[in-house]
Unconditional design. Structure first.
Lengths: 217, 217
DNA sequence: CGCGATATTGACAACGCTCAACTCACGTGG
DNA sequence: CCACGTGAGTTGAGCGTTGTCAATATCGCG
């Protein structure tokens, strides 16, 4: 989202905020907190998690380097609707809302960029609502994996690997299922050579097969 | 979203677009069409429906008077991600993207307003993803009804009525279920005096009971 | 008046969740 | 260096919720 800015503007923008390291597991902001800061990830991986009244939680999305988070809530003056947690050691910049508003006024690209990213996420969420509505669990897991591949896939000689550690539990919370079903499903896919999974690591070996699984009959 | 504009600006904005009537059932734009127009509803009710590959469809949301639709896709230069269909005879204004951009430049309130509404919808969709992930059907139907009450509730001596005709099929497509289950559920609620439903009409008699149903044990 | 759209209801099957027991990998501390 | 504990993953059995199939009832509109 900062791609269209020249180096000078970029460093000015960075200088206006605060850069800090985040150890794995660190809670960056919590659901219900007043949205007073805008964040952008420089390095690592952050998950956005929504706690539900019944005690379960659902992973809304993973944030990668270059992406913004917490920004929409902050700009709207609303409380954060979810937690943000670093899943690996990471580095982020954050700004106060006031600063972000000034930056947006001074560099319209920043405003444009975050509007575009909010729009893209809106579409993604609408798609997900549609998917969760009618599809079977296996298809939802397949789609979830496909999204992860797109957002965090790293090519290896063996296939495409999700480039951060993810548990079956988390995958289940994204797909709207349980870690048991995810475990069984992945085991079956591993047997068929579609994926290769180990402790907190997943490799997709046959992306086309995964696409087939996502599209029903 | 036009609330903060004075009368003069408002009529200029209206004059820049085209006003037209929409008979019930009319398709305003279709999923996959290039997003070349921005729309706002003046009167009536429009549903946004996403067709899924398996042939089923899911109702993303209902649009009421004063709300914009199709705008995010148009501004991003993307195809519309869903159909828009008038559910009752309605009246809308629409603008070309180019015109909308000029209006946004001239009246920043317009830009602000649509950003805010996009943000609100993003939150709503995130909530829905969370809900669909773990909740049981009855809870999802309850939440769906609550949303409809908020968006299109009209007070009557008997309770709060959804002010446009809605089928059980549509309710099912919003809640991610089947019309059969919705029918059974509504029948049970009717018996308990929580709702009163008739052909294409739903009245909520005990909103608090509905809220209880939405929150699991 | 008749047909299509909408809704109701029952029987049945199955998908996937819940509960439960167990294995395995890894890191930590004695 | 090994024992232990904890977090992650696997696997099995049983059952409930909910979708599928099917038949019928009702309402409205043309």
């Amino acid at each position: 989202m900062f791609r269209s800015l020249d180096a000078q503007a970029l460093s000015a923008i960075l200088a206006a905020g605060t850069v800090r390291g985040l150890p794995a597991g660190r809670v960056i902001f919590a659901q219900g907190d007043d949205g007073l800061t805008c964040h952008s990830l420089l390095e690592g991986r952050v998950k956005i998690v929504q706690a539900r009244p019944d005690g379960n939680q659902s992973v809304i999305r993973f944030i990668g380097p270059g992406e913004m988070y917490g920004t929409v809530a902050a700009l709207m003056g609303k409380p954060f609707p979810a937690d943000a947690v670093a899943v690996v050691d990471s580095v982020e910049v954050y700004w106060t809302v006031a600063t972000m508003r000034q930056l947006m006024a001074r560099y319209p690209e920043v405003a444009m960029g975050s509007a575009a990213s909010a729009g893209a996420r809106l579409f993604e969420m609408q798609d997900r609502v549609g998917e969760m509505a009618g599809e079977k669990v296996e298809q939802r897991i397949a789609r979830t994996l496909m999204r992860l591949v797109q957002q965090a896939g790293r090519k290896t000689p063996d296939g495409i690997e999700i480039d951060f550690p993810i548990t079956r539990q988390e995958l289940a919370e994204m797909a709207g299922s349980t870690l048991h079903t995810v475990s069984r499903t992945l085991a079956a896919w591993d047997d068929r050579g579609i994926t290769g999974s180990a402790r907190r690591r997943i490799i997709v070996r046959k992306l086309d097969a995964l696409v087939d699984l996502a599209e029903p009959a």
